[in-house]
Design a binder for this molecule. Structure first.
Ligand code: GUN
Length: 282
């Protein structure tokens, strides 16, 4: 009889943490400060629209004021920077989030650089990335921070573990490696040029998958009993939401697994709320 993995319930863990955040927000409001988040979306990417709607809903749930700036696809880089600068100067806005990806004619890095590091609730600005590298951060990037909370809440100790990450993006893979390293994991980052990928992933005690390919990780790539964290948000052949991990087969081998939906996704948004609260306190 195959082993069946324990499900790490990101939705339940999120709800618990959001309850704590809500209390902190209420205390801050009693002190006369209403935490405020500006969410900027450019163009008509349907996935981005869904994410932004979820972020706004979550803000309302914990009492954070949110404002949406929905700009047309043809917005210029100069116009977007002008909006960011205006938001940088607003004392009632503590966090600024520009939803990525941006249209092709806009340079993501130029926009991220324009956001005040103090309001950079995504922790994408080079100054905040540097702080994370050193380990003296104020903000952590939302998805990797959410993964660390899932591990912590599940009593999974990272110290000395073989941690393998598939994906080397600035948003997930690279900061994820840093956070696992800070917890004394032995970290390997795999990517599209990695040779013998399955051999590397089979060494993992903790496997984090963030590549954006539906059901890419199969049972033969996973060590029995491993912790498998699925950051993917993909569509399967029938258009149904799924992750980067083939849940049906991998859950028979892994010790712990996050589902999609209901795993990492809600935690990412919860960490955004936490960062906005931190920005308002600062
Ligand atoms: N696009 C996909 N994930 C993210 C995120 O965490 N923050 C922003 N701003 N854009 C994203």
């Amino acid at each position: 009889m195959a082993e069946t993995a324990k499900i790490i319930d990101g939705k339940a863990i999120s709800e618990k943490l959001r309850g704590d955040i809500r209390k902190d927000v209420e205390a801050l409001i009693n002190d006369g400060i209403v935490p405020g988040l500006a969410v900027v979306i450019v163009g008509n990417n349907p996935a981005s629209r869904t994410y932004v709607n979820n972020k706004k809903k979550a803000c309302a749930q914990v009492g954070i004021h949110s404002e949406e700036y929905a700009l047309p696809e043809e917005t210029t880089q100069e116009q977007l920077i002008a909006l960011v600068e205006e938001l940088n100067g607003r004392p009632d806005i503590h966090g600024i989030l520009v939803q990525l990806p941006l249209p092709k004619h806009i340079d993501d890095e130029a926009i991220i650089a324009a956001i005040s590091p103090k309001k950079d609730v995504d922790a994408f600005h080079a100054e905040n990335v540097g702080h994370i590298m050193i380990g003296d951060h104020k903000f952590l990037p939302c998805t990797p921070a959410g993964v660390m909370e899932l591990l912590r809440e599940s009593n999974i100790d990272v110290c000395g573990k073989e941690c393998v990450i598939i994906g080397r993006s600035n948003i997930v893979g690279k900061p994820m490696a840093m956070l696992l390293l800070h917890q004394n994991g032995t970290v390997t980052i795999c990517h599209s040029r990695t040779k013998n990928l399955a051999e590397v992933t089979r060494r993992a005690d903790i496997l984090v998958v963030a590549i954006g390919k539906a059901k890419f990780v199969t049972a033969d790539m996973v060590k029995p009993g491993a912790v498998v964290i699925d950051v993917g948000m993909d569509r399967d052949e029938n258009g149904k939401l799924c992750g980067d991990v083939d849940f049906a087969s991998v859950s028979q081998v892994a010790g712990y697994i996050t589902p999609v939906p209901g795993g990492v996704g809600p935690m990412t948004i919860t960490m955004l709320l936490k960062n906005t609260l931190t920005a308002a306190k600062l």
